[in-house]
Design a binder for this molecule. Structure first.
Ligand code: 0RA
Length: 634
């Protein structure tokens, strides 16, 4: 972009403090010095370019991870101002780069994407980089300054290039004195950049990684409309996405909605490009507009008769995929993780903006409107059926731990904190595990094999499934909204499946079930995946087990002559005898178990949808590609 207006000057920047504080206590500024904090550095710099894009002065951002692990961020905005700052006597650029909280008037003018942990600015990144340089293209000149651990190394150098183009380039090398590990992860960054591109209509984001020679470019003409389309990839949808954007009361509200034929909701909300995983006022406004408008329409169109009850909020959210993105001047982020929007006025702002736009949209598309309402009505009837099924089930007592499943081989220890439940694939491996276990604290529940695909099943059907019933009953903590972690009979639940494609499938099905119906089990760190060995190598009396091809090959290479060496590959748990299973997979002293985490529930949800949705091809592809990966963060 070319130079447009330059009414902003150095005088607008206030100086607060130096950067020693940041180096002394980095976590206070970037949250942590682990992988998360490290990646924050990149977001900080990119956020500044996004701000410039939202102000309407920039439409290209490029990010490059260099061979040396450095990061370069380039934009075609107006360029950071370089004129002299009154109080510091230094250039605005140097002031911004070397002082904490050096902000300008533009802070409240534009919609800064920054908030929560973000927004601490380029100075913090500078303080935590062993080396950094910034290049500004402005006034047909190129300005450049180098920094070292937050301090300027030399003055601002100017050269004339006569070019009209403007922009800013920032290069930095994360300081290995500060960070445990300074290796950036391509996929983590990629995911965030994609999200930023969805949320900033019309921006081109190019991301290249020289270390592995990969690059991606994101551009979404439709903004959040493209976002819902992406979330619905591989799903059957009912209509073209609804989309609205409106600026009112000093805020921008952008919403996209598209229903699919599943029973789950995935609504993601953002405030100033920050994923508000705990929702907040904008999400509340969204929900109440949706329920109100759909009920009003259903009454007017006489799809809901006078005698019918209103649709409940949850009925309007089955199969709902929606993105709610708001931009506002002074976002307040609340909660422990600062991921809930607190600004009270955003509820009314979103509710009325969406209310109007959505009712107009429904009026104009009676056939889409009818499809959506019918879907909500089905949800409402199913909810009623599920309630009846649940009542029945509670009456029959199967959620009561006095009636434990017959197949469960329980343990003797009473304290749930040390009790483990092993969910074992197939009756034969189940038998081996029963013999091999330490019966004091290890319980075994053999599963029949394939469990039902919960994504496609209604709650009432799910409850009728034997293995699911057995798992719920054995755990004793209920499920869904009634799940109560305090009642868990085991604090460790370990999924033990064969190391083949079927095993991976069963594991994914179980993970889907837990993710949907007992997310607290995952969040509480109670869910694990056992790691049975793949190989057994014996030479004479020396027996070794290996979990990867590489380790096995390395060992084989050491046994110079292959004489008297036997190599066995273990595909199934059932191929081991009880002692072997204990020695390799169950003995807490030597075993490895992977803890299941939900690093990004949205991504996990998408993976599950790809896996479990109607389309068979992506599921097959996924299982084949990932069957040896055990955690959810694929
Ligand atoms: C404030 C004022 C102006 C530009 C910027 C900030 C700016 C900052 C960054 C950080 C990364 N890229 C950026 N691009 C622009 C210029 C105001 C004017 O020219 O009038």
């Amino acid at each position: 972009m070319t130079d447009t207006k330059q009414k902003y000057t150095a005088a607008d920047i206030q100086v607060l403090e130096g950067l020693e504080a940041v180096r002394r206590r980095p976590s206070m500024y970037i949250g942590s010095t682990d992988e998360r904090g490290l990646h924050h550095l990149v977001y900080e710099i990119v956020d500044n370019s996004i701000d410039e894009a939202m102000a309407g002065f920039c439409d290209r951002i490029s990010i490059v991870i260099g061979h040396d692990g450095s990061v370069t961020v380039t934009d075609n905005g107006r360029g950071i101002p370089v004129d002299k700052h009154k109080r510091t006597g230094k250039s605005a650029l140097e002031t911004v780069m070397t002082h904490l909280h050096a902000g300008g008037k533009f802070d409240s003018q534009a919609y800064k994407v920054s908030g929560g942990l973000h927004g601490v600015g380029a100075a913090v990144v500078n303080a935590l980089s062993s080396e950094m340089w910034v290049e500004v293209r402005r006034n047909s000149k190129v300005y450049r300054q180098v920094y070292e651990r937050g301090k300027a190394r030399g003055s601002l150098k100017t050269s004339s290039n006569g070019a009209k183009e403007t922009g800013t380039t920032t290069w930095f090398l994360a300081d290995n004195e500060i960070f445990e590990d300074t290796t950036f992860d391509f996929n983590t960054l990629k995911q965030r950049f994609r999200e930023m591109a969805f949320l900033t209509k019309g921006i081109w984001i190019t991301f290249a990684d020289e270390r592995v020679d990969r690059n991606v470019t994101y551009y979404f003409e439709g903004g959040v409309r493209s976002f819902v389309a992406r979330l619905n990839k591989n799903r059957r949808t009912y209509h073209e996405p609804f989309y609205m954007e409106r600026s009112t009361d000093g805020a921008i509200v952008e919403v996209a909605i598209q229903y699919n034929d599943s029973f789950n909701e995935s609504t993601v909300s953002f405030a100033n490009c920050i994923h508000t995983t705990d929702g907040g006022t904008h999400l509340t406004g969204f929900r109440s507009a949706l329920t109100r408008v759909l009920n009003d329409y259903a009454r007017k169109a006489k799809i809901l008769k006078d005698a019918d009850a209103n649709l409940a909020g949850e009925d309007t959210r089955e199969g709902l995929v929606a993105v709610v993105s708001v931009k506002l001047a002074e976002p307040q982020f609340e909660g422990q993780t600062k991921t809930r929007l607190g600004n009270a006025d955003m509820k009314g702002i979103v509710e009325s903006a969406l209310g109007e736009a959505l009712s107009t949209w429904l009026e104009e598309r009676p056939s889409d409107a009818r499809k959506i309402i019918e879907k909500c009505l089905t949800a409402s009837r199913a909810r009623e059926a599920a309630r009846k099924a649940r009542d029945l089930v509670i009456k029959k007592g199967f959620l009561d731990d006095s009636v434990l499943p017959g197949k469960l081989a329980d343990c003797s220890e009473r304290n749930p904190e040390v009790r483990e439940l092993h969910l074992v694939e197939g009756p034969s491996a189940g038998g081996t595990a029963k013999e091999g276990r330490d019966r004091r604290f290890q319980a075994i529940l053999p599963l029949r094999g394939k469990i039902l695909n919960v994504e496609k099943a209604r709650p009432d059907k799910m409850l009728a499934h034997e293995d699911i019933k057995a798992v719920i009953t054995a755990l004793g903590a209920g499920f869904g909204e009634d799940f109560n972690a305090e009642k868990l009979r085991y604090h460790r639940v370990i999924i033990m499946t064969d190391a083949d494609v079927d095993g991976a499938h069963i594991r994914t099905l179980l993970l889907t079930f837990f993710f949907r119906y007992m997310p607290e089990l995952i969040e509480g760190g109670h869910l694990y995946i056992a790691q049975p060995p793949l190989f057994r190598v014996q030479k004479g009396k020396d027996v070794r087990w290996f979990f990867t091809d590489q380790d096995k090959d390395a060992h084989m290479a050491k046994l110079k002559d292959g004489k008297g060496v036997t190599l066995q590959r273990y595909k199934g748990l059932g191929e081991m005898n009880p002692t072997q299973l204990w020695d390799t997979t169950m003995d807490p002293e030597v075993r490895t178990v992977l803890q299941v985490t939900v690093p990004d529930a949205m991504e996990a949800d998408r993976v599950f949808s790809d896996l479990m949705g109607e389309e068979v091809a992506p599921r097959k592809r996924f299982i084949q590609a990932h069957y040896d990966q055990a955690t959810l963060d694929v």
